[in-house]
Design a protein around this ligand. Structure first.
Ligand code: C5P
Length: 227
């Protein structure tokens, strides 16, 4: 069976990662969560006071970008890869609301996008990959054999994300989560460099009223037709 490239894009908290991860496992493909990469750069920027506390020194972040080392390290026990920033496992820290509040600002920077897109392209050279993000079908893999664009109502998305954060033990309010999801979508769709867009040749997938099992079965049957 030939291996293909599967690009999954869409708005924040549409459940892209969960679905992409499941699909990759079923097909025996590599899964790459590109949001984790933007989040790791953001965490680095926060730790170095390039962003946060009312401050923004993003030109200083750009200067040290070449020195930032990102790596996905497989965790056999968990069954997926974790994000390492300069050899430190930051999988937990990058998922907090503090990072979510700032990540879209960092993801607007042209040099940040260039660095990460180059890494993502290299990861997909051999095909057999499911990658999720905002610009995968438009910029990273414009020739992907299967492109999916996921959407869901803002309410459905904020509810999912809120539950996820509570499960991780974060103290957040539903209103804050809803505002964050909407803010990120706005910045992601309006930025100058590779804004979030539905690729014209992508399949739109609205999962507002769909359970995980149904989503997975539908997506798998779409993928099976492309392989
Ligand atoms: O997918 P996730 O919600 O973790 O992504 C976090 C943020 O990273 C997005 O809101 C967006 O600003 C940025 N991002 C991006 N391009 C990607 C993946 C994520 O700009 N391919």
């Amino acid at each position: 069976m030939s291996k293909i490239t599967i690009a999954i894009d869409g708005f924040s908290s549409t459940g892209k990662s969960t679905l992409a991860k499941q699909l990759a496992k079923e097909l025996g493909y590599v899964y790459v969560d590109t949001g984790a990469m933007y989040r790791a750069i953001t965490l680095f920027a926060m730790r170095n006071n390039f962003i946060g506390n009312g401050e923004e020194r993003l030109e200083d972040l750009v200067k040290v970008l070449p020195k930032i080392k990102l790596r996905f390290v497989p965790n056999a026990e968990l069954g997926f890869s974790e994000m390492y920033l300069n050899d430190e496992n930051v999988e937990k820290e990058i998922r907090t609301m503090e990072v979510s509040k700032r990540v879209s600002r960092v993801a607007e920077i042209e040099q940040v996008r260039y660095k990460l897109v180059e890494m993502q392209k290299a990861m997909g050279k051999e095909k057999g990959i499911v990658m999720d993000g905002r610009d995968i079908g438009t910029v990273v893999f414009p020739d992907a054999e299967l492109k999916v664009f996921m959407t869901a109502s803002p309410k459905a998305r904020a509810t999912r994300r809120y539950k996820e954060l509570l499960d991780r033990g974060e103290e957040v309010s539903y209103e804050d989560v809803l505002e964050n999801v909407q803010n990120r979508d706005f910045i992601d769709s309006h930025r100058e460099f590779s804004p979030l867009r539905k690729a014209p040749d992508s399949i739109e997938f609205d999962n507002s009223d769909m359970g995980l099992k149904e989503q997975f079965e539908r997506l798998l049957s779409i993928a099976d037709r492309c392989i």
